[in-house]
Design a protein around this ligand. Structure first.
Ligand SMILES: NC(=O)C1=CN([C@@H]2O[C@H](COP(=O)(O)OP(=O)(O)OC[C@H]3O[C@@H](n4cnc5c(N)ncnc54)[C@H](OP(=O)(O)O)[C@@H]3O)[C@@H](O)[C@H]2O)C=CC1
Ligand SMILES: CC(C)(CO)C(=O)C(=O)O
Length: 337
């Protein structure tokens, strides 16, 4: 590969882009001054829970505040939060040659179609990042959970296949799917924990060890699964158990849950959901791309999704509240007490 462009150098962009560069591919990072400044000063360090610890010195990083004119990357990784998709897709459309492949590594379902509508001359692929990335220090990005990357495509997608080979060289799996929609919905079910985690104010592992928070998550997932069944949309199994069995697991008393869910609990002690980062930094959250997507699915079926709608409202009310919910408070606020 001659070059990859990361659009949105943040947690996902720096980690996946860093791995790509460590695999020998030249990577251009487009980001904000805060992140670029840290990368210029400290370089880029990528670590993971399996012992990876690599550093790219500042002088080897190609850093930009906007996509450089005239660049012809083989592949672009769209790594901005959902609220920034429209602006980023428009910028890419104005700069990149027609037909450039772009993989959205974002959560939610609607980012790729939204971006495609704004820059139809680019070749858009949905993608999925299953693992958590935390910025542990300026310029230091850490993978705190496991799993393989996924993208919509096949062997005929030359740039994706080349990226897959490059990533394999640094131990990162990328699975290509003819239809990524079931995987995206499977990931969205997992992401229904993002607001629970954000409102709990706790790291992911601590939050999941509280039965009250798990009951809220199970209720949100069950509502979504019922709607997905009604809409006859298949959902991929992204964990060792099928989604309906996960509901049962989540509702178990904590000592049993801790025993049975040891794989789910293989999470770095400090890891938090990406929405927890947004609340902490006072940024717009992706709640509309997660619970909001479930509410829209319900409306498309002339039904409602009261629990996901309630969770969306609680997250949107955060700027007024700014106080973490205990498990009992969250259950009560959701009408599940
Ligand atoms: N973090 C995680 O563990 C995971 C995240 N994801 C998903 O990946 C996506 C990215 O998340 P994450 O990496 O956490 O997000 P971050 O906020 O850490 O990174 C995105 C960065 O891109 C910047 N940005 C936005 N628009 C532009 C632009 N037009 N030009 C240059 N820079 C821009 C943002 O700046 P600003 O803040 O100013 O907008 C921000 O610094 C989300 O959809 C998220 O849900 C998926 C799996 C795991
Ligand atoms: C990996 C996971 C599910 C949880 O951290 C995530 O996607 C996120 O934080 O947005």
């Amino acid at each position: 590969m001659t070059g990859v462009l990361v659009m949105g150098a943040g947690a996902v962009g720096c980690f996946v882009g860093g791995l790509t560069q460590l695999a020998g591919v030249p990577v251009h990072f487009v980001g904000r001054p805060r992140v670029l400044g840290a990368l210029r000063k400290h370089g880029l360090r990528v670590t993971d829970q399996d012992g990876l610890d690599r550093h790219i010195p500042p002088l080897q990083l190609r850093l930009h505040e906007e996509p450089p004119a005239g660049l012809k990357p083989d592949l672009v990784l769209l790594c901005v939060k959902s609220g920034a998709t429209a602006a980023a897709a428009t910028e890419l459309g104005l700069t990149l040659p027609e037909g450039t492949p772009v993989v959205s590594l974002q959560n939610g379902i609607a980012n790729t179609p939204q971006a495609r509508a704004l820059a139809p001359q680019l070749h858009w692929h949905a993608g999925m990042v299953p693992f958590n990335i935390a910025e542990l220090a300026p310029g230091h990005y850490h993978r705190g959970t496991g799993g393989a990357l996924a993208a919509q495509g096949g062997a005929a997608d030359v740039a994706l296949a080349a990226w897959q080979t490059a990533l394999a060289g640094v131990g990162m799996k990328l699975k290509l799917h003819a239809d990524l929609a079931p995987v995206q919905w499977g990931k969205l079910l997992m992401n229904l924990n993002n607001p629970v985690n954000a409102l709990s104010g706790r790291p992911l592992r601590d939050e999941l060890l509280e039965r009250g928070y798990r009951r809220v998550l199970a209720a949100l997932q069950e509502e979504a699964l019922d709607l997905l069944d009604a809409a006859q949309r298949p959902v991929a199994q992204l964990s060792p158990l099928p989604p309906r069995r996960v509901l049962k697991l989540l509702r178990l008393p904590t000592p049993l849950f801790r025993l049975i869910a040891s794989r789910m609990l293989r999470i770095d002690a400090k890891a938090r959901s990406s929405m927890a980062d947004d609340l902490a930094m006072g940024r717009t959250t992706e709640i509309d791309a997660l619970c909001g997507e479930v509410v829209r699915l319900a409306h498309s079926l002339h039904r409602s999704a009261p629990l996901n709608a309630c969770m969306q409202a609680l997250v949107e009310d955060w700027p007024r509240r700014r106080r973490a919910y205990t498990p009992t408070e969250l259950l009560a606020a959701m009408g599940l007490g």
